[in-house]
Each structure stands twice: as structure tokens, then as C-alpha cells.
Design a protein around this ligand. Structure first.
Ligand SMILES: C[S@@+](CC[C@H](N)C(=O)[O-])C[C@H]1O[C@@H](n2cnc3c(N)ncnc32)[C@H](O)[C@@H]1O
Length: 671
């Protein structure tokens, strides 16, 4: 996962910056709060959770034409929640134990689901049949689209269907990424169609969409309204000040940060690398698809507003799909890597440390049931007792903070202890071959130049992987002699950390070469993960030791490469990375005799990273203060920028905790 260098200004000069507060505090601090636009009411009567239904086969029929211009007085989440309960019972079940906690986007965590009474462990609190509740997935919508149908050709659906059926899309060529992009494209199209539909009698126009998209957008209207999507009518309806405040329904997502914020607030963190990757990848797709979207939605305003609306729709759909869609592991599309959006269950917030619910996908019957089109149910069950008033929290799956942030736009708060990641440079930015000599000749090698580090990184990865394979075989043969405690630690380690991974951090060039090559460099780093803790009293030494053990082979190989470079320099006066003997690196990677220089490299890397993270954090603060002092910035923008700065600070802190824990372990182990 080497980072891409492309940086993309997604929303040039729009200064989009507002963001909900990020961290869930105590679970008990959950209240319904008045939103600026909607006045939420109770979502349902407690004594009767499932209002009697009309027909479960009508999907959101109540949101047809007559409903389009109705000014909703309830929050869209509440509207959707009540609708599902009232109309899809008894097929859909939402237990009497749970209710919706509506919180505005600026409240902590946004909307969530809370227990309305004490709920025992292993209680099924929700069962949502996918075929009934109005889920959105790309295959259902694209498979039923008939290009040659009476309603005429739909440019966007034709494009997406072609891509779905095997055409290319510039989102990294990864199957999963492609499917995610297509779902985002479908959602953007439905939202634009819905927008044109709801504004059809206003001066803005409307009706530019084919009736298939229109039918689908009406069918899913409540769900679309409940997602953080743009454009939307209610944002247009409120006055200008309010609009500025509300126009970004998901402002903390990296897609809404400005380039300046990415550069200044995130500098030095893996979060910055990830943010650039996400923005660049999505930017390419948006660019590739926008002409079809503009052609299809030609009636939603003049040239300028149409472009803004199309861009808004595409970006907000990506943010929504990244943060709310589920993997369709059992696969209603051919290779089982689809994504789906499922109402209600997507209101569950995340807790990786102590989730109290989980969701499962139940098909019932046998595998053939899926082939035969059975969609199955999503079932949410409590994992432990959930006390009245507590929020139901599921784990979105283990991912380090910088990765969670890139999909979900928040950084989880560290409550007790959890697995977290940082990155340690494989090589120093610059090798000084003769630190004590005074000479006119150049005796440094810039290892942050790709031409220099490229061959080394490849050899390091291969060497470390070969060691991993040997370890697996030895472990199998010698399982009984293994240290039990370390084994437990290993078995707990998230599987993502099982293989060596690299990220490239963006760094300024070393001083000695900055004049010659003044551009930002990518410094290859090994991702390292361990348990971090909120209180200093808890000891996780074993995890830290294991984290160092797991990356040692890579650093032994790197130490061998550096030693070869030094030898070359001593022998011939020049050092060239292309002359490094990779077989020597592979041998070193397995040899504990290389532990001392490898540990030294790790230590140097940690010290370097800690210093940079701290310095960059100080600079970020100063930058923020300067921005806030600048005149002309609206209060809300200032506040939202501060929220983003908080998010960047949390990312930095998570990395620093990992690095400091490992530094301590190295010192305890006397290097
Ligand atoms: C699947 S949605 C959950 C429902 C969401 N809260 C809402 O208001 O619609 C995921 C989003 O909820 C928010 N979220 C979830 N868990 C959170 C947490 N532990 N802290 C802060 N925000 C959280 C993030 O904005 C995330 O992208």
C-alpha cells in the first residue's frame, strides 16, 4: 500500500469545513437533541414497537409524488425509522428494547440506537429482511435497468452498468473499490434525480431523468433523505447563513477537507498519506464520470450550479457509501464483493473496544437460497447486557485510527486499551557515510529519493516474507515448545498485522539535497501495530515486544543493505543501491546476529518520527491559530476547522502512543 503522490483539490476554494464532534463520550450521554431544521419527535410508542403494516411489498410508496413537496417536520432518521416499523411489520422486527437517539451532525457521533430498557445478552433486537426494508445495492438497480427500454437511455445508468459488467473504472482497479465506486455512482444518480423531482415545480427545473431512475429514487426516497447526501432541497430552502452551516452533511470526511487542511493539520501522519490516497482515487473516478452525470442531469440549474450539484452528489455519495455500506459477503452479486446500504441497521455507531451488539447476515435454507435470489435477513443481537439508556454499539471491524478516519470521518476515542498502528521509517532519510570527516566531497546518500530506495524496499519485503514463511513452518513443527504467553498475544493480533505492510509518508527532502531536489519525498515506512492504553498503569509489554519481533526481519534486511552501502563507500568512494546483494539481505533477515543494528535502526526511526510528529503538531496548531485570526471567516467555518484539527490531533496522538510504547520497550530491552 505505497501511497500515491497525486494530491487533488476536490473542492477548490469552497472552504468546506464543518464537522460533527467526533468522539462518543460516555454511553449514557445520549439525548435527543433538536436539530436546526427538524423537530424530532418520539420515533414510536414504546408499548407497541411494530405498528401494523399495510403491505410489506410496497416500498416507500408513501413517498411518491404527493409527498415530494411536503415539508417534513421530523428528522429524516426518525421518519425512516418509524416508516420501517409501521409498514414492514411483521416481516421486519425492531424490538421494544431499542429506540433511535437523534443527534444532530454536530453532536457526538450523530444519530445512534439506544436501549430503552435493560436488554439481556444474546437478545435479538432487530431482524431486517433485505428484500423488504428497501436496501440499496448496485446489482439490484443495474440488473433491472433496461438500456433499450421505452423510457429512453439514461447516460449514467448505461455508464455504471457497463462498468459493473466489466468495463474499467479509474479507482485503482481493485474489484472491491470498483464495486464501492459503482454503488456511490448509483446513489449519486438517485439523489440528483430525487433533487430534480423535489424541485420540479421550482424555477430550477427538473424532469431530466428517465423514469426508471425516477421510480428508483422515489422508491428509496426516505432512505436517501436519511443519508448525508447532497444536493437536497431542504438545504436550498433555508436561508443563506443556515445553508452554509448545513450544506455539508458529513464535513469531517476527508473528501470535504481543503488541501490546506490536509497539508497542515495532518502533516507527518499516516492519516495524511491515506487522505491523499482516498481523495486522489475518488477524484479520478469523479472526473471520469462527471460528463455523463452532467449530460444526464442537464436540467438541474445553470451551468455553474449544475456542476456544483453534480459534484456535491458524487462526493457526498462516496462519503455515504464509505461510511455506511456493508460488505455483501454472502454475495448476491456474482463474486460476492458487493456493497449494500441497509436502512436502520446503518444507524449503529462503532465501538471496537467493547461492542455490545453484532450483526449477522442470515440467509436461512441453504446456499442455493442465495442463488435463487433469497436475500436473507440482517440480524442484530446483543453480546452482553445493555443497560437502559446505553447506546448499542457494534464494531465496524478492526482498523487503525487513520484507516477508520478515512472511511468513517472520525477517530475512535481510546477508552481503555486497543490495537493501534504507527509507521517507522525503514531507512534514515539520508545516510551519512562519514559523519566525523571534514571533506569537500559529498558523502551522503539521499534514501528518500525513489530511485535510491526503490530496489531496497523490494528486497526488504521479499526477505521479510521469506522469514514469515519459515516461521510458519517452524511454528507448525515446534508448536509445543512455543512460549504460551507470547502465543496468546500473537493469536489476538488483528490479522491485518500478520503481513508486513509499508506506507510512504510525505516528507520534506533532507537538508543536504533540498536545493537540488526541492520536492516532497515519500519515505517508506513499516506499519507496526501494538496495544495502546489510556492509563499508564496497564502494562502491555508483551504486545510491544511482539510488535518489535514482528518487524525485526525487515529491519535486519535494511541494516544489511545499509552496511553494504557503507562497505561500498569505503572500498570505492561511492555507494550505489543498485549494487546491493539482495541474497545477503535475505540471509540477514533470518539471522538474529543482525538484531542489534536492526533495533538501532528501529530506535532511530522512532525518535525521528516522534520528533516530526510533535513538531508537525505544534506547527498545525500555529497554522490553525493563524487561520482563525484571519478576517472574514464565518464562525461556523472556524469551529468546523477546529473540529478537523481535533481529528488530526487524535490521529497524531494514536501514532505517538504506539511509538512511545515501542521506544520504551526497546529501551527496556537495552536495545
Ligand atoms: C453507519 S453510520 C452510523 C450512524 C450515524 N451516526 C448517523 O448519524 O447517521 C457511521 C457514522 O457514524 C459516526 N460514528 C459512528 N461511530 C462513531 C463513534 N464511535 N464516534 C464518533 N462518530 C461515530 C461517523 O460519522 C460514521 O461515519
Amino acid at each position: 500500500m505505497i501511497a500515491t503522490t497525486v494530491s487533488l483539490l476536490l473542492y477548490p476554494a469552497l472552504g468546506w469545513s464543518d464537522r460533527p464532534s467526533l468522539l462518543l463520550s460516555q454511553r449514557s450521554r445520549l439525548h435527543r437533541r433538536d436539530d436546526d431544521i427538524f423537530s424530532p419527535r418520539r420515533s414510536r410508542r414504546r408499548d407497541s414497537p411494530l405498528r401494523s403494516s399495510s403491505s410489506s411489498s410496497e416500498i416507500h410508496a408513501a413517498t411518491g409524488r404527493d409527498d415530494r413537496h411536503r415539508h417534513r417536520t421530523r428528522h429524516p432518521h426518525e421518519e425512516l425509522w418509524s416508516y420501517v416499523i409501521e409498514n414492514y411489520s411483521p416481516d421486519a422486527y425492531v424490538g421494544p428494547h431499542v429506540e433511535l437517539a437523534i443527534r444532530s451532525t454536530s453532536d457526538e457521533g450523530g444519530t445512534g440506537i439506544v436501549a430503552s430498557c435493560d436488554v439481556p445478552p444474546h437478545t435479538e433486537v432487530m431482524r431486517l429482511p433485505l428484500g423488504v426494508v428497501g436496501m440499496i445495492d448496485a446489482s439490484s438497480i443495474l440488473d433491472s435497468y433496461d438500456e433499450g427500454g421505452e423510457d429512453g437511455r439514461d447516460d449514467v445508468l448505461t455508464l455504471l452498468k457497463g462498468t459493473w459488467d466489466g468495463g474499467g473504472v479509474g479507482c485503482g482497479g481493485i474489484d472491491g473499490g470498483k464495486r464501492l465506486a459503482i454503488l456511490a455512482g448509483v446513489v449519486a444518480h438517485l439523489q440528483l434525480t430525487r433533487y430534480a423531482d423535489t424541485t420540479a415545480d421550482a424555477s430550477i427545473g427538473g424532469g431530466g431523468s428517465t423514469s426508471y431512475a425516477l421510480e428508483q429514487s422515489r422508491r428509496h426516497s426516505l432512505f436517501l433523505d436519511a443519508m448525508p447526501l447532497l444536493p437536497r432541497r431542504q438545504y436550498d430552502d433555508v436561508d443563506v447563513d443556515d445553508r452554509r452551516r448545513h450544506r455539508h452533511p458529513f464535513p469531517t470526511h476527508y473528501l470535504y477537507w481543503t488541501d490546506d487542511e490536509i497539508d497542515n493539520l495532518l502533516r507527518g501522519t499516516i492519516g495524511q498519506t491515506r487522505a491523499r490516497e482516498v481523495r486522489a482515487g475518488i477524484g479520478l473516478v469523479v472526473r471520469e464520470w462527471s460528463s455523463s452525470f452532467l449530460a444526464e442531469h442537464r436540467d438541474i440549474g445553470d451551468d455553474t450550479s449544475r456542476r456544483t450539484r453534480v459534484l456535491d452528489a458524487m462526493i457526498s455519495s462516496f462519503a455515504a457509501v464509505l461510511s455506511r455500506s456493508f460488505g455483501d459477503a454472502a454475495g448476491r452479486d456474482s463474486s460476492g464483493k458487493g456493497r449494500m446500504l441497509v436502512p436502520l441497521v446503518d444507524m449503529l455507531n462503532h465501538d471496537d473496544e467493547e461492542p455490545n451488539v453484532r450483526w449477522m447476515w442470515h440467509v436461512g435454507g441453504d446456499e442455493d437460497a442465495i442463488e435463487g435470489g433469497r436475500r436473507g435477513d440482517i440480524v442484530v443481537t446483543t453480546l452482553c447486557e445493555v443497560k437502559r439508556g446505553e447506546e448499542l454499539l457494534k464494531s465496524y471491524g478492526w482498523r487503525p485510527s487513520w484507516d477508520i478516519a478515512s472511511s468513517y470521518g472520525f477517530v475512535p476515542r481510546l477508552k481503555s486499551q486497543r490495537w493501534e498502528c504507527s509507521a517507522i521509517p525503514l531507512f534514515p532519510a539520508e545516510i551519512d557515510f562519514a559523519p566525523d570527516q571534514i571533506t569537500n566531497h559529498r558523502i551522503t546518500l539521499d534514501l528518500s529519493l525513489e530511485s535510491n530506495y526503490g530496489p531496497l524496499v523490494k528486497a526488504v519485503l521479499e526477505s521479510a516474507e521469506a522469514v514469515d514463511e519459515v516461521y510458519v513452518i517452524e511454528k507448525r513443527d515446534d508448536a509445543i515448545d512455543e512460549d504460551e504467553t507470547i502465543e496468546n498475544v500473537k493469536s489476538e493480533r488483528p490479522e491485518q498485522l500478520e503481513r508486513l505492510q509499508l506506507v510512504s509518508l510525505f516528507r520534506p527532502p533532507p537538508m543536504s539535497t533540498a536545493e537540488e531536489y526541492p520536492f516532497l519525498r515519500r519515505q517508506p515506512c513499516v506499519v507496526v501495530g501494538t496495544k495502546i492504553q489510556s492509563s499508564p498503569s496497564r502494562d502491555n509489554d508483551l504486545y510491544h515486544r511482539d510488535a518489535i519481533e514482528s518487524i525485526l526481519p525487515a529491519f535486519r534486511a535494511a541494516a544489511s543493505a545499509i552496511s553494504q552501502l557503507r562497505d561500498q563507500q569505503n572500498r570505492s568512494g561511492t555507494a550505489n543501491t543498485s549494487q546491493i546483494v539482495t541474497s545477503q539481505m535475505a540471509v540477514a533477515a533470518r539471522d538474529s546476529g543482525w538484531n542489534a543494528p536492526a533495533r538501532r535502526l528501529i530506535m532511530e526511526g522512532i525518535i525521528d518520527r516522534v520528533k516530526n510528529l510533535v513538531d508537525d503538531g505544534t506547527n498545525a496548531k500555529a497554522w490553525l491559530a493563524k487561520q482563525n485570526d484571519a478576517t472574514g471567516m464565518a464562525d461556523d467555518s472556524e469551529e468546523h476547522r477546529r473540529f478537523r484539527a481535533d481529528m488530526a490531533r487524535d490521529l497524531r496522538e494514536a501514532e505517538l502512543k504506539v511509538l512511545r510504547a515501542l521506544e520504551k520497550e526497546l529501551l527496556n530491552g537495552k536495545m
